[in-house]
Design a protein around this ligand. Structure first.
Ligand code: DGP
Length: 119
């Protein structure tokens, strides 16, 4: 599996605005924010896509949501609400092949996220 830019953020060879870190999870602000608070929560272990998650990863993948909620609460946005999204592959809009939970908060978020008709 080829490394991604997120490995460089994990090993601190490129900077990021880090919001949370422990032995197996890192959270940092998205470089191209789509909401007043937009950050990514990633496992330090590289898992390329949701399709590559194995049962051994279920605990860490669940932890991404728990840490997301913790950080949103720290920013005072938990009660108003927020959205988490994990894109997968081309049709899902994934551009970095190291799974990451997008967390968007701080404004009302439209739903559905696009207006194309179902084919
Ligand atoms: P996705 O399209 O779901 O794969 O989202 C990838 C996100 O990663 C995108 O919203 C922008 C963000 N991103 C890409 N490169 C960097 C980077 O070098 N630093 C930070 N902080 N975010 C990045």
């Amino acid at each position: 599996m080829s490394e991604t830019i997120f490995n460089k953020i994990i090993d601190k060879s490129i900077p990021a605005d880090i919001l949370y870190e422990d032995d197996d999870v890192l959270a940092f602000r998205d470089i191209n924010p789509q909401a007043p608070l937009h950050f990514l929560v990633i496992p330090k272990k590289q898992i390329a896509t949701i399709n590559d998650i194995t049962p051994d990863d279920y605990t860490i993948v669940g932890k991404l949501s728990g840490i997301a909620a913790l950080i949103v609460a720290e920013h005072g946005e938990a009660d108003k609400g927020f959205r988490t999204v994990m894109n997968c592959n081309e049709y899902g809009g994934q551009t970095v092949y190291h799974i990451h939970l997008h967390v968007l908060a701080g404004k009302p978020l439209g739903w559905p996220p696009y207006q194309e008709r179902l084919k």
